[in-house]
Ligand binder design. Sequence first.
Ligand code: FPP
Length: 266
Amino acid sequence: MSLYSVLPDDLNPQCLPNHVAVIMDGNGRWANQRGLPRVVGHRQGAKILKDLLRCCKDWGIGALTAYAFSTENWRRPTSEVDFLMVLFEKMLRKELKEMHREGVCIRFIGELEALSPSLQAEIKRAMEETADNTGIDFNVAINYGSRSEIVQACQQVAQKVERGELSSEAISEEILSQHLYTAGSDPDLLIRTSGEQRLSNFLLWQLAYTEMYFTRAFWPDFDRGEFHRALQTYQQRDRRFGNAKDGVTEAKNQVAKRVKEPVLTA
Ligand code: FPP
């Protein structure tokens, strides 16, 4: 069995994040450092994402959300944008069968209508085919912008008020949350690679209580060892959600105590 194929011993299976989000940054710099075209970094980045998805599944994490293309990324050179769009489509064509077999439920989030008809068709097929899978949820954000997502959610809620289906007093965080693409599943851990420490319009609402982990590693180098380090850091955090001490932390401490306690034999 290869290293990292199962959850490393020093990680507590009871206190893993259920939902991990990643901002995959540094593909271009990774390639530049090697004297390679930027797109080679994106190709390697796609391989890393594929392995991280499998790793999450192997280690018992319930959902992975990846920021693949923001609404601002259209400003990049056309050749790079075209490469990325073709890469998304090719990956879907190539990997769909295997992901389906492994129980991955794929969802794409973002303003998908702006994508090419052929990419939209692949996305639709992937989402339909894998909709009932329960192994792991895999959300890919393409042409995604969080402020725009929140505005759209507000518009949908406002329309319900206009139609008399909802009173304005009844609008709650819960209701707004349900109108976001992620519909109520907030990440427990956000990872951003390449040393940048900002959110770049990603899941602004959903990250309200998320633990953030920033690493200098470029995304194409973010392997299982790097992910292990991120989870070690996550498990050292004390998540309080605004409370002095919360149930999650209490449970974590209990489990940690149990793990450390010597086993008494007769
Ligand atoms: C940011 O690095 C990365 C992107 C804008 C693209 C991310 C896409 C992938 C890793 C491919 C994912 C594939 C699928 C199938 C979803 P950057 O180019 O901004 O790097 P830099 O900051 O070093 O220039």
